[in-house]
Design a binder for this molecule. Structure first.
Ligand code: ADP
Length: 477
């Protein structure tokens, strides 16, 4: 019991003991004695509210401090009444809720961790109640689907967000899962209001105990970034496949020559025959016309062969753009990662920072670096007595050109003859080699206005390096 000035006028033994005091120690004292400083204002406000509304019960939760300094949370019910002399006093009943508060805090904290983990992993959770066709979502699921938070979502609303091309498939999967009461897993796209597309992957578990009203619980992951990376990888692989195809041209050259020489020989034979038909007296125009027809047919056949070869080699026209050589190197590194691992080759990258740009065709320059790296790896295939190390460097040379080099610890350029012939087309010392790689690389670099050269290292191995002129701002690509 507290008077209007906040002085304790009465307290029961239990109430005092709860705070570590005897009744005598509290009587006549300010009630603020049992509140921490931070709660003084709140305690005074609470008493004032009661005094302003005499006869009305109020309740609140507040923190108190014991005699020994420890704190406890309490829930207080209070009411101001008038004594016989007209003086108001406040009656307060106090219940210890410390344990509940701790549990609440722990729950809040674990919910916070869970939400944080969901945000980090871009994985939300959901519960699906089939009877009402409602879905309960976690915060992250709302974020992934791009809806404002709500206690639950109607499934029909959610389905509208699914990409129209995927909707029927999603409905089939969920319908089957529901009828068979089985876990399910599927991926689909979301069409967002701004027109962007997200990829999600969903796993759901059929709940055995359905007393909660929830039939399926699950997780939904936003896998858009992964899908994009997969698409980029696929494109890189396609480009690599193109490189391989171009390299394979060397092998094709022989069969092309064969295919073209056949119709050419036929053209010559038919032309000679035609001449003879015309030389007759009188000339046999019917036969001459027939042989001319055959000549046209063979000529077209040879033309078709050439067209096919051109289509094979020419993957669209080359596209020159300002490029960062370090970016090209990094892209190649991600492409050859598997080869490096497979051959136990350690790669060291020594890029010069902030290099000026070069003007070039990205795919062609990647092709050069890939070829040099693969050659370096192959040159170390027989090396067992030293680490297989490959070093890619970039920088500027004395003339201010960009220079990139690939250094290996392989067999090296043992003889002068070998060093001289490296860049010749069809020169190869490998059993399955075509000897086209370096000659193609050299012509690509030359077409960019640069130079590709090779040298023997002071130690074991060889270094291949190429230069490229800088891209001059404002010059046409
Ligand atoms: P291929 O790899 O099909 O043989 P290339 O034109 O790429 O065709 O290479 C021609 C030859 O140059 C190789 O067979 C090899 O003898 C030599 N060569 C290329 N790179 C290296 C290297 N890093 N170290 C030593 N020799 C090399």
């Amino acid at each position: 019991m507290v008077d209007a000035s906040g002085t304790v006028v009465s307290v029961n033994t239990f109430g005092a003991a709860q705070l570590g005091y005897s009744v005598e120690e509290l009587l006549g004292q300010s009630v603020l004695k049992v509140f921490p400083n931070a709660e003084h204002q709140a305690a005074q406000d609470n008493v004032a509210v009661c005094l302003n509304n005499i006869g009305r019960t109020h309740s609140w939760e507040i923190c108190k401090v014991r005699k020994d300094g420890s704190t406890l949370w309490v829930r207080e019910n209070a009411k101001a009444v008038r004594l016989l002399d007209g003086q108001p006093i406040v009656l307060i009943a106090c219940e210890d809720i410390t344990e509940r508060k701790h549990a609440e805090n722990a729950l809040r904290q674990s919910e916070m961790y869970l939400a944080e983990a969901q945000r980090l992993s871009r994985t939300g959770s959901f519960g699906w109640c089939a009877s009402s066709d409602e879905i309960i979502w976690s915060e992250e699921t709302f974020r992934i689907f791009g809806f404002d938070k709500a206690p639950s979502m109607k499934r029909a609303t959610v389905i509208q967000r699914i990409h129209p091309d995927d909707r029927a498939r999603v409905l089939r999967t969920t319908k089957r899962a529901l009828s068979e009461w089985k876990d399910f897993e599927h991926g689909y796209r979301l069409l967002m209001p701004d027109g962007s597309v997200k990829h999600v992957h969903v796993r759901a578990h059929a709940v055995k105990d359905r007393s909660s009203g929830i039939d399926f619980v699950g997780a939904v992951s936003d896998v858009t970034a992964r899908k994009r990376a997969e698409a980029e990888l696929h494109e890189a692989q396609m480009n690599l496949a193109h490189v391989t195809r171009v390299t394979a041209l060397g092998e094709l050259a022989a069969s092309i020559a064969h295919e073209v020489s056949q119709p050419l020989a036929a053209v010559v034979t038919n032309a000679a025959a035609c001449q003879r038909w015309l030389d007759r007296a009188p000339p046999d125009l019917t036969e001459a016309r027939a042989t001319l027809q055959a000549i046209i047919k063979d000529g077209n056949r040879a033309g078709d062969v050439i067209k096919r070869v051109r289509a094979l080699a020419n993957k669209g026209s080359e596209q020159k753009a300002p490029l960062d050589i370090n970016e090209i190197v990094n892209e190649v590194v991600s492409l050859v990662q598997h080869e490096l691992l497979r051959h136990c080759v350690l790669l060291r990258l020594e890029p010069a920072p902030a290099l000026p740009l070069v003007l070039g065709d990205r795919i062609q320059l990647q092709q050069v670096v890939i070829n040099l790296v693969i050659n370096g790896i192959e040159a170390m295939a027989t090396v067992t007595d030293r680490p297989r190390e490959l070093i890619i460097r970039t920088g500027l040379d004395d003339a201010g050109h960009i220079v990139a080099s690939v250094e290996d610890r392989g067999t090296g350029l043992a003889t002068a003859e070998h060093a001289e012939r490296l860049f010749d087309a069809f020169y190869s010392t490998k059993s399955g080699g075509m000897g086209m790689g370096l000659s193609i690389c050299r012509s690509i670099v030359a077409a960019h206005g640069g130079r590709l050269s090779a040298s023997q290292n002071a130690g074991p191995g060889a270094t291949f390096q190429f230069t490229l002129p800088l891209h001059v701002e404002g010059s046409p690509p």
